[in-house]
Design a protein around this ligand. Sequence first.
Ligand code: SF4
Length: 350
Amino acid sequence: MIKNVLDLLPEELIQQLLDIGEKEYRAKQILNWVYNKYTIDFNEMTSLSEALRTKLQSILDITIPTIITKSNSTDGTTKYLLSLQDGSNIEMVIIPNGKKNTLCISSQVGCARKCEFCATAKLGLKRNLETHEITSQVFLAIKELGGKKLTNVVFMGMGEPLDNFENVVKAIRILQNDICFNFSPRRITVSTSGVIPQITKLAETGLKLKLAVSLNSAIQSKREILMPISKIFPLPELKKALIDFRKKTPYRITFEYVMIKDFNLGKEDVKALLKYLGDISCKLNVIKWNKVDDLPYETPTTGEIDRFISAISVLSSAVTYRRSRGADIDAACGQLAARNTQRRSDHEEF
Ligand code: SF4
């Protein structure tokens, strides 16, 4: 079976080469071409003999997604609609912010979690992405950025990353491997809707990364409306799992709260939020809801946002109001849906 190099950790590539009677150093040469020179064509790997290049193509390939469309926002954000080998479409977004360039990547084609505020949810789940379909988004973004450095990767694109656990974890190992993408753990964020068993499993892997949780309401009945996953994994159990996770990670957990007009900004919402987060070492990012066609929610006014932020500022956690990015190209919070435009929840100012 032909393997994609972007699916493999260095030790796995070495084993592939040893299996066909080649020396270990050949794997390092290939990885150098891929991760330092961003070459995906074996024929361009001129340090390898022609005979070896032909042999390699019988066991390896380096396929990356095709860019179908590229939409540029007036704020510098760029959204990419990508086509995978089987014809499925996904989206990724590059968000520049000063010297930082953040890439928001997808982990599934569609999503099964049915969050009420999310455009991706309307697609349903088509399938999980393979590991190489995740890492190749990063590869593609680095190429697209040219000389500019890709500083952060966030799993906030299409899909619930923890529902594609094995492939996402493997992709993060490749992203962090110093012979591959060499990202520092603090530059990688996985955002979840709150899949408790997988949060626990993630903590047990010992993998270092930042975890973000899409909260959106600390009132159980309201969160169940916005995020049906809350019926299966209620807020008290989620909090317990997150406190356990925090004990095993050096990084504070980030909670994301999408502000929705006349829904989650009232006094009782503030009270519940202060109580829920009051005793967790965390950060809270609030972002305003971006209108998605066919969804019954509205963007709050500046006055409503200011009142809400002022009311929650007593929290000891760091509270950040994030400006939405890419709203004019449907690449902002809640808007991705891979339909020659749009997905979901959090293209913020990173
Ligand atoms: S917000 Fe995330 S978990 Fe919820 S439906 Fe959208 S993509 Fe899935």
